[in-house]
Ligand binder design. Sequence first.
Ligand code: ASP
Length: 610
Amino acid sequence: MYRSHTCGELRISHAGQQVTLAGWIQSIRKFGSITFTDLRDRYGITQLVFGEELNEQLSQASLGREFVIQAKGLVRERSNKNNNIPTGAVEIAVSSFSVLNKAATPPFTIQDDTDGGDDLRMKFRYLDLRRNELKRNLELRYAVNRSARNYLHEKGFMDIETPFLIKSTPEGARDFVVPSRMNSGQFYALPQSPQTFKQLLMVSGYDRYYQVVKCFRDEDLRADRQPEFTQIDCEMAFVEQEDILDMFEGMIRAIFKDVKNIDIPGKVERMTWEDAMWNYGNDKPDLRFGMKLLNIKSAFQKNGKLEANGELIAGTNFGVFNDAETVVAIAVPGTAEYTRKQTDELTEWVKRPQIGMKGLAFIKANSDGTYKSSFDKFFNEQQLKTVADAAGAKPGDLVLILAGTEERTRKAMSELRLEMAERLGLRKKDEFKLLWVLDFPLFEYAEEENRWVARHHPFTSPKPDQIRTMIGNSPVIENAAEYLKHPYANIKANAYDMVLNGNEIGGGSIRIFQRDLQEKMFDALGMSREEANHKFGFLLGAFEYGAPPHGGIAFGFDRLCAVLGGSESIRDFIAFPKNNSGRDTMLDAPSAIDNQQLTELGITIKTPSA
Ligand code: ASP
């Protein structure tokens, strides 16, 4: 027996017992002839005390940090207790010990405030995982996993595995491909999600399916994405949107209760996609704070000019507002006292290439009831007040205003809103705000390709009353600049996202389940019937053999864990993640394979010409 107790287990009530512990040496301190060490395992830390009689053995063993040892001894009360750890009232008076394995000096210190940089810790991930922070994250991940599984099991869902070596499933990214040795020149694709399989399972009659499953997407890794990530993937048959929202609100509620001991009262708030975009410039608004976007132009525009309360607001020469496609404002609480330096700095912030605005205008709604702005030349105080009021500003608030093209300006304002909330400490990690965003557009216009693509994926159904709009409409866009006038621009989908604190944590839809509508969808996406049959013949075929109405959702498991854990980074919640370039620096993957493997696969590598 290697151990009688773990390093996190012993309390004052164990005093007087003989125990055996095993673990890693966290630290060694010598006081005169006595040696103290902290012994660590997954469960905690226990202090060991080696008396003088063990000194010779100690010096032979030359113990160092991260050595794995076993120690036997008597539990006794500590004279100077450590109230910061649960075992801090006791220590082990070691009677004998043995070294189970030596350890090289670790490349960084394995403690809470480690001295290891990101890259080093990624390379030695197995050591980083010994630290409390990552341990807590993995524990939380497991708790979320267990809670979701328990809930789904109770609701009659079956966990059914689906294959990884498949044919492409479009989810909007590139596929990772795997060459087939036995079918030379042919490739499998790794699933971007089990989407088509879960739909086939509905056709097969397994009306409640789930899987905690890896998905693979070869995307350019924008901040905090991983090429392989995990979904809690679910599908149900004989359901309408309301049934799904209800079922998965229940799941999230259970997870919050089990993992965070937080009750989510009432129904989760709902917002249409249009309202989200209009009021927050974002399809996943963070509702922990206000600062709604005011679209000044539409609020005040008359006859092509900005007017308010019958008074011309920008009739003068303020071309910045008058000439812009849109002008958007937010009222930032309690920042009217920002200095020139601070507003200048914010202006620089919006001018950064990532935000891409030309400048920033502002109105100070001063606490004394006066108004000052960066464009006082053009607006009188009454006009400033009208705009500030419309933006919801209270005395003491700063109204920030951006003007420019519609899409960029709203996007920039959405970023600025988040930035200001961050600066003001309004994005609290221990506050959770859930939201359903509903009625997404069915299509999205892909400018580069001049065609419509599926906003969610091509298996998502249009709102029933809009199906007719889809049928018989040619997808050709004659004038690319006018795509918003195309009837497809307004078709809404039976699609929904769950948003938590400004993060999309889940998304799904009610599916198309009739062959003819699915074919219409492929038509709309500009896919020929041959191509549709080649790619999705199996699904179209299945729809002919009694496909039930169905729908589902998938939760981004890594992201859900990160948000619950109060972190921005999903990487911290994955045991062995990739870095920002999609590399596993510990394994050094991806890497070249040897020529024999290539020959077997019938692959020749084209080296880039010099
Ligand atoms: N397969 C979808 C996704 O990965 C989720 C769904 O529609 O259920 O986003």
